[in-house]
Design a protein. Structure first.
Length: 108
């Protein structure tokens, strides 16, 4: 993420690189917080997963419903996963423009 100054001397965010899912990672949209560090996430592969925030990211990731995230499904139980990354608004716009994010509920 790079900040540039526009004509009015205001800082403006410009997307330089956006992290994309690798391997088995999946994009998802948070549906509902379940308490603690758990939440229901509607993934773009058609599944709804019960996900958690790993302890190393618990204080760094502040998540709310309708946030777009990357999910890493568990090896043994594919119905559960870990939230490993949260996208910002300008990154979500880039994902929609490039066609990675095609859902009805992503009006930001």
């Amino acid at each position: 993420m790079v900040y540039k100054k526009n004509n009015n001397n205001q800082e403006e965010q410009v997307v330089t690189r956006v992290k994309l899912p690798r391997g088995e990672e999946v994009l998802g949209i948070i549906e509902q917080r379940l308490g603690g560090n758990k939440m229901m996430v509607n993934c773009l592969d058609g599944k709804s997963r019960n996900c958690r925030v790993p302890g190393r990211l618990k204080r760094k990731l502040w998540l709310r419903p309708d946030d777009v995230v990357i999910i890493a499904p568990w090896e043994l139980d594919k119905e559960k996963g870990d939230v490993i990354f949260k996208y910002r608004l300008n990154q979500i716009a880039w994902l929609k423009k490039k066609g990675y994010l095609k859902t009805e509920k992503t009006e930001f």
